[in-house]
Design a protein around this ligand. Structure first.
Ligand code: XMP
Ligand code: MG
Length: 177
């Protein structure tokens, strides 16, 4: 079913079932790779809140969760403009940090977060993203866990917004051509 947010129409793209499969595959890999490492998940707000919640329910190893905020996106185009990192108050020294992102587009946002994290003495830094747009990703750093690769089209739902609307949608929708 088509939905309208602000001035644009969106069509169904990824179902709840498809999303769940992608989340499960990321959780399985983390459960395997980080056993006895007590990873610290660092979820990037706002977009990753729903992915984070569903992923955490599938994590069966000892872990911690913290949230940071770093917005750089306006409308349907990646602005490239960087804002400040808020919320990195926990001690990440010597911790296995796993960044949780909803989507990696050009990778600019995450690149900035990585620069900040690299100045801390972490044990390791990994990235888990539900979605990746490989055609636009500038590949400045490795992405360890990718739920699904998608074409370079604007998507909303499951935490992702179009001008703050659509985050509550259970499925993911694509901008109608
Ligand atoms: P960059 O280009 O820095 O962008 O990797 C990443 C951030 O931009 C947002 N983003 C999107 N949000 N639908 C959205 O709702 C999209 O298709 C989309 N592409 C990028 C997102 O907040 C992400 O953290
Ligand atoms: Mg985001």
């Amino acid at each position: 079913m088509k939905i309208r947010l602000h001035d644009k129409d969106f069509v169904p793209y990824l179902s709840e079932t498809e999303i769940d499969k992608a989340v499960t595959s990321i959780a399985d890999q983390i459960n395997k790779n980080f056993q006895d490492k007590k990873p610290l998940f660092l979820a990037v707000l706002n977009g990753s809140f729903m992915f984070t919640s569903d992923l955490m329910k599938k994590i069966e190893i000892d872990c911690e969760l913290s949230f940071v905020k770093l917005a750089s996106y306006h409308g349907t185009q990646s602005s490239g403009e960087i804002k400040e990192l808020i919320g990195l108050s926990d001690n990440i020294y010597n911790r296995h940090v796993i960044i949780l992102e909803d989507i990696v587009d050009t990778g600019t946002t995450l690149g900035h977060l990585m620069e900040v994290l690299k100045t801390h003495d972490t044990a390791s830094i990994s990235i888990a993203t539900l979605l990746l747009k490989p055609d636009v990703f500038k590949k400045k750093y490795p992405l360890h866990f990718v739920g699904m690769e998608i074409p370079n089209k604007f998507v909303v739902g499951y935490g992702l917004d179009y001008n703050e609307s659509g985050r509550n949608l259970k499925a993911i929708y694509q901008l109608e051509e």
